[in-house]
Design a protein around this ligand. Structure first.
Ligand code: ZN
Ligand code: ZN
Ligand code: ZN
Length: 254
C-alpha cells in the first residue's frame, strides 16, 4: 500500500488519507486530511485575530533611483543589497539581505530547524520523518543493510519517499534507471557467470588431476579446498574463486 508520512501523526498514513496539492512534489498535501483541517482552522483563526499589514515607506521619504526601502530595518539601501526574486515585479525582494537572512532563519526555526528546512526543500521530508526512517532501518541502508543510510530515495515517477539508502546502492539504482527488470537481469548475470566459472574449474580439475594427488578425486596437495567440499555453483564464494582454483590446478582458460 502506498503511504506518506504525516508530521502531525508522526507516522505513515495511506495516501488516500491525503488531499491533493499540486504545489507539493508528490502532488499530495503535506499533512493528512484530518491534521490539514485542524491546521487550516488554526491559521484562519490566527489571521482573523491579527491581520497582516503591508509595510510602506514613510510618505516623506525620498528614495533615489536604484535604491529600495527595507520594510524590516527601515533603511534605504542600494538595489544590489536586496535579495533577487522572480516572485516580485521589480525582481527584488521586500527586505535587504541581512533582514532576509534573519527572516529565513526565523521561518526555518518555525518549521523545525535548518535540518528540517533543507531536508524538506531537497527531499520533501522533515527531520522527524528522516529520523523515523533512520530508526526503523536501524541506521542502515534498506538494500545492502550494511552501509549507513545516507540518502532519501524517491520513486522518481511519483515523487513518493521509498526509504533511506547508502551512497552506493542509491547510485546503483540510478545507473539501472530504477528498472526492476534490468536489476533482476544484472543479479542473474553475476550469479550465472560465477557459477559457470566454478563449474568449469571443477570439470578441468577432474579431467586433469594434478600430479601428487593423494587419491583420485581427492583434493590436490597444498590445495585450500576442504576434503569432500563440493565446490559447485551452490557454494558461492565470490567472483574470483573459480579463477583462483583454476590457477592452483595449473589449468589455462579453455
Ligand atoms: Zn496526520
Ligand atoms: Zn533591512
Ligand atoms: Zn546500501
Amino acid at each position: 500500500m502506498n503511504t506518506k508520512y504525516c508530521r502531525d501523526c508522526g507516522d505513515y498514513r495511506p495516501v488516500s488519507e491525503f488531499s491533493k496539492n499540486a504545489r507539493c512534489r508528490d502532488g499530495l498535501a503535506f499533512y493528512c486530511r484530518e491534521h490539514l483541517a485542524e491546521r487550516s482552522l488554526r491559521s484562519r483563526e490566527a489571521r482573523r485575530t491579527k491581520p497582516r499589514v503591508k509595510r510602506l515607506p514613510p510618505p516623506a521619504l525620498v528614495i533615489p533611483d536604484g535604491h529600495k526601502w527595507c520594510g524590516d530595518c527601515g533603511t534605504v539601501k542600494s538595489m544590489d543589497e536586496f535579495v533577487r526574486t522572480r516572485a516580485s515585479r521589480s525582481g527584488y525582494g521586500s527586505y535587504c539581505l541581512p533582514c532576509h537572512a534573519v527572516r529565513c532563519r526565523a521561518n526555518a526555526d518555525k518549521r523545525g530547524g535548518y535540518r528540517t528546512y533543507h531536508l524538506s526543500r531537497r527531499y520533501g521530508i522533515t527531520a522527524e520523518e528522516a529520523n523515523f526512517l533512520l530508526e526503523r532501518q536501524g541506521g542502515l541502508c534498506a538494500i545492502c543493510k550494511s552501509a549507513p543510510a545516507a540518502h532519501v530515495d524517491h520513486d522518481h515517477a511519483t515523487g513518493a519517499v521509498r526509504a533511506l539508502l547508502c551512497f552506493n546502492c542509491n547510485g546503483g539504482l540510478g545507473q539501472f534507471k530504477d528498472n526492476p527488470e534490468a536489476l533482476h537481469a544484472a543479479a542473474y548475470y553475476v550469479a550465472f557467470h560465477t557459477a559457470r566459472q566454478e563449474i568449469a574449474a571443477e570439470l578441468a580439475a577432474a579431467a586433469h588431476p594434478p600430479e601428487g594427488a593423494s587419491r583420485p578425486g581427492g583434493p590436490p596437495v597444498g590445495s585450500q579446498r576442504r576434503p569432500g567440499a563440493r565446490a559447485t555453483g551452490t557454494r558461492n564464494t565470490g567472483r574470483s574463486s573459480g579463477t583462483r582454483r583454476r590457477t592452483q590446478a595449473g589449468e589455462a582458460d579453455p
